[in-house]
Design a protein around this ligand. Sequence first.
Ligand SMILES: [Mg+2]
Length: 275
Amino acid sequence: MATPSSLLIFTDLDGTLLNSDDYRYDAALPILHQLHQRGVPVIPVTSKTRQEVIALRHEIAPQDPFVVENGSAIFWVPGDRRFDLTPMDPGGDLHSYCLGCTYSEARQGLADLSQALQVSLRGFGDLTPAALQGLTGLPAQEVGWAQAREFTEPFVMPSEVSAEQIRCLVHDLGLGIVVGDRFSHLIGAGAGKGRAVQRLVAAYQAAQPGQAVYTVGLGNSPNDLPMLEAVDWPIVIPGAAGPHPALGDRGWHIAPHPGSAGWAIAVETLYAQHR
Ligand SMILES: [Mg+2]
C-alpha cells in the first residue's frame, strides 16, 4: 500500500464534507487538522465558485489545490511542488489551470439552448441577488459569491422539457451539462469533476515518479459519479434517507452517517488503515 505522503483525498462539499442542512463541518475538523499536519492533500471538487471555496478553505485545506465549478478549473497556491502542473495565468495569489469554457461562452450557450427549446431558461446571471436568495436559501453575502461565476452557468430546470432532450441539445452546442434536480449547470466540453481529478492525479504522479499515488473520493450525489469513478477508493456520503440510489448499489464504501460526521468517520478509518 502507498505511503501517507502519496495519499490524495478528493471531496465534494455540499452534502458531503458540509452538512446539507446547516453547511457546517465541525465534526470533520479534527481529522482535517491531522491530515493537514501530515501533509495529506484534501482537495475540494465542487460546483461552487472560486470565491465560495476561498471563503471556506482556510479551515478545510488552506494549502491544498481545489477544483471549482464542476471541474472547470483547478486553483492552487503558487510554488506548490507536490504536483507538476503548468499554470495558465502565472501571477496573482493563486495559479489556475482551466479545463472548461469562459462564463460568457456558458451564457451564450444558455441563450442558444433557450432558443432551441423555445423556452425561456433562467440562469444565475438572469436573476437578481434577491431572487437567487429566494431560490437557494443562501445568506446574502454568499449569493454574491455564488454569482461570481467564471466558467459555468447554473440554470433552473424547466418542467416542460426532459433532461435527456436538454442533454442532446447541449451536446450539439459543443458544451457539457451536469443535470441536477432543481438546477443544472452548463459547463465547457472539456470540463468535469472526473477529468479534473484525473488531471490532478497525473500532476501529482509526475512530481513523484516511481511512487504510487493512492486516491480517495467522497461524494453524495450523481454529479459526483465521474469523480468517484476516477479514484481508487470511492466513498459515498448518505443523506438522511440513506445513500442516493444512483450511488448506493455500486459496491462502494458507504459512510455510517450523513454530512461531516460520516465524512470524518470514513476518512479516519481509511487513514488509520493507511498509516
Ligand atoms: Mg454534493
